[in-house]
Each structure stands twice: as structure tokens, then as C-alpha cells.
Design a binder for this molecule. Structure first.
Ligand code: ZN
Ligand code: ZN
Length: 327
């Protein structure tokens, strides 16, 4: 399909059943037509779709322009997931009961501080991230990233998302470490470190250059994977729904790691290599160490764990090494 084709590539779902699509049809009417088809025609493709796949297909048929549909989907997913996840943290900050699980309990962000941060992040979303989001569908078409239904098997999606998590964490570790180096810190990363005790909204509060550099770790690996899948047929192709789920999970990870709260039921209590807020809060508190985003293994293996206990351990080891050299 041409990148500039204005017709949704999913319209065949309705057209195959000789359903005429009036110009003024609503999203709900399209979804109901697909539901009706799946109940009345067991041969139709619609009958083989689950609820989520029907919602997805209805969106592309409704917008009737795949570039616009993907752009809008990504923009809205980003805004709803990011601010939607920040909101519960903002509410928790207002309730003193939760203070017992705050990692830096004496530093509750003020509403004014959160409001200023919210406005800055929203502005950055509109200015910095809007254009790449709109250009994503043409890239998807070039790399055979599918928007079709049904979706791939969940095992395929799980394997691909796990790969993206691992690669993003590695990318984040090295770029974040670089951003703590002299010129890069002073001119770029210092913006993100405005808050020594972070809160949800602060996750994407950063210099535009940092947003772009770290954003590549999130979007670049799906693009690289899709490119490799066009070269090696043994690799399962990538679906846009898989990328959407990956971006949602990555946003949840980023906001939660800045929440400032570590609960007994936080994920890092059950998955010991998961970084969580406890890991990233120490980074904001001490300005050094804990550079990775999702996992603890890079900081552990490369000796860059943050906090006084790890600092003491590193200094002890350094002293021992120096003593051994002089003996
Ligand atoms: Zn940092
Ligand atoms: Zn941070």
C-alpha cells in the first residue's frame, strides 16, 4: 500500500461483506457493524477477531487515513498513558497516609511545583514529540510494520517486547551515563535533575536533546528490529499494536520510577532485578549512579550502583586494591 494512500487498509473488513460505508459513519457504528458481522457471518474475517482487534480495526476504518490514524493513536496513547499514570501519583501526594512509603518523606512536591512541571512537559510533548509521532506511519509502511488484524500471537509480542525492554535499558544506561559527564550534564541533563526528589510528572521533564536521545532507545529498537525482519525471514514481522503496547509499558515504567514511592507491593519487591522507584529515586537524590531505566543488572555489573552503602563498598574496594598494590 502506498504511504500516501488516503484509504484505510482495513476497510475491506466491511467492504468484503458488501457493507456500504457512509461518509458520516461514527466510530461506534463501525464497531457495531464489525460486531454484527462476526455474529451473523461465521465466514467473515470479523468473526475471527477479538474485542481489542475489532476496536483497533474500527479506529483505522473510522479515521480513513492510515498516516493520520497512526499519528493520532500514538499522540493520544502517549498523552493518556503519561498524564493518566501521573494523576494517581499526584493524588497520593495529597494524602498524608501514603507518606510512610515516600522514599524522601520530607520532600513532598508542592502543587505549584507539579503544575509548573506539568505545563513544561505538555509544551515539550507538543513541540518536540509531535513531529516524530506524525512521521511514524510512513516509516512503518517502509519497514512492513503491520497495522492489519488479527494481531500476532501473544508469545511473539512478549518476545519482541522483552527484547525492546532489554535494549532500551542498555541504551538508557550508556546515554544517561554520558549525560552525567561534564559538558553534557551542564548543558543538557541538568534540566532533568531540577527535582532531587522526583514525582510522576518529572519523568519527561528534560532538555529537548535528552528527550530525543533517550526517545531513540524507545522507538529506535522497534525500528531496527523491523528493518532486520525485512532482511531475515526467520524473524517474525513486527505489528504496530506490539509497538503500542511496548510504548505504554515503557511510559508506565518511566512515570512509576519517578513516583517517589516504594510500596511493599511494588514490582521490585517481587522481581529483584526490576529497578523501580527505589532505584531511580536514589539517582535523583545522590546525582550519581543507578543510570539504567528498567533493570538493575547494568549498574550492578558495571559497579555504578547509587547510595551511601554502595559508595562505601566501592571506596573500601578501592582502598583494598591500593593497599595490595603497595604491598
Ligand atoms: Zn541523571
Ligand atoms: Zn529521572
Amino acid at each position: 500500500m502506498s504511504v500516501f494512500d488516503k484509504v484505510s487498509s482495513l476497510q475491506h473488513l466491511l467492504q468484503d461483506a458488501n457493507t456500504t460505508i457512509p461518509d458520516s459513519i461514527t466510530y461506534g457504528e463501525i464497531f457495531n457493524s464489525l460486531q454484527h458481522l462476526s455474529q451473523t457471518d461465521p465466514e467473515s474475517l470479523s468473526s475471527k477477531l477479538n474485542l481489542l482487534e475489532k476496536l483497533w480495526a474500527s479506529w483505522y476504518i473510522f479515521i480513513n487515513n492510515d498516516i493520520l490514524a497512526t499519528g493520532l493513536l500514538f499522540f493520544l496513547t502517549h498523552e493518556f498513558m503519561y498524564f493518566g499514570r501521573c494523576l494517581p501519583w499526584f493524588i497520593i501526594d495529597q494524602i498524608p497516609y501514603f507518606n510512610r512509603w515516600k522514599l524522601q518523606p520530607t520532600k513532598i512536591p508542592s502543587n505549584k511545583e507539579q503544575w509548573e512541571c506539568f505545563k513544561a512537559v505538555l509544551k515539550s510533548h507538543l513541540l518536540v514529540e509531535a513531529l516524530p509521532i506524525w512521521l511514524f506511519h510512513p516509516l512503518c509502511s517502509t519497514l512492513n510494520i503491520s497495522i492489519d488484524v488479527p494481531f500476532p500471537a501473544w508469545q511473539t509480542m512478549l518476545a519482541q517486547i522483552s527484547f525492546f525492554f532489554f535494549c532500551e535499558d542498555m541504551w538508557h544506561y550508556w546515554f544517561h551515563r554520558l549525560f552525567h559527564w561534564g559538558w553534557f550534564y551542564k548543558n543538557i541533563h541538568k534540566v532533568h535533575h531540577k527535582y532531587a526528589a522526583p514525582f510522576g510528572f518529572a519523568a519527561e521533564y528534560a532538555h529537548p536533546a535528552e528527550v530525543m536521545a533517550l526517545g531513540i532507545g524507545t522507538v529506535g529498537f522497534p525500528v531496527l528490529y523491523a528493518f532486520l525482519a525485512t532482511k531475515y525471514s526467520s524473524l517474525p514481522t513486527l505489528h504496530l499494536f506490539t509497538i503500542t503496547i511496548w510504548i505504554c509499558l515503557r511510559l508506565l515504567q518511566a512515570v512509576d520510577s519517578h513516583s517517589g514511592y516504594d510500596f511493599p507491593w511494588s514490582l521490585n519487591k517481587f522481581v529483584p532485578f526490576w529497578a523501580g522507584a527505589e532505584h531511580h529515586d536514589l539517582h535523583h537524590h545522590y546525582f550519581i549512579g543507578n543510570y539504567a531505566s528498567s533493570f538493575r543488572w547494568f549498574d550492578y555489573c558495571l559497579g555504578t550502583e547509587s547510595g551511601p552503602a554502595h559508595k562505601d563498598k566501592r571506596e573500601r574496594e578501592q582502598r583494598l586494591r591500593a593497599e595490595r598494590k603497595t604491598q
